[in-house]
Write a new protein. Sequence first.
Length: 186
Amino acid sequence: MKHFDLNSYLQKMKIIINTILSRPEKNTLTYDILDTKKSIKNKMIALEEKHRQMKIGDIWQEVLGNYDGFENLGYKHKTGLDILSRSRKIIIELKNRTNTDNASSRKANFDKLVNFKKRHPKYTCIYGTINDTTKQKTNDGYIKIIIHDGVEIKQYTGMELLKLILGDDTDVIITFIKNTIDEFIQ
């Protein structure tokens, strides 16, 4: 097995993060007959924030999906899931926030995890969420067992998810990501 080099990983992540943050954004608003200058300004702020949140989600998928023994499955993988570790027998559906999925999306994501588990019973299937609703809840994190269609799925949230994947490198990597994003934004 190839030795994992944290410094090489961090340099690769710096390039990937900068690439994600450099992606152009569509700034076209949908028309509303009741739009005013004030409402258009507010809609633009909301659109910019939505773009930022999507980019942060992409950054997390790259950061976790490129870490030692993990693979970023991208957006068109046949499983529809996000991150895989063959060596650790883990598959993950990744979300940035606990409120990212509505009920029907969450059910569809659980269905994907269940389908994978049925085909690969030795794998741990995880519905992973980076951020909870508060700093405290995110830092505490939690692990919950969910039974969906009679199949066990684990829900990892906050630091529990990050430590599961990044282990002892968790704090170093979080600091690195924050600093890299700050450098880019300036």
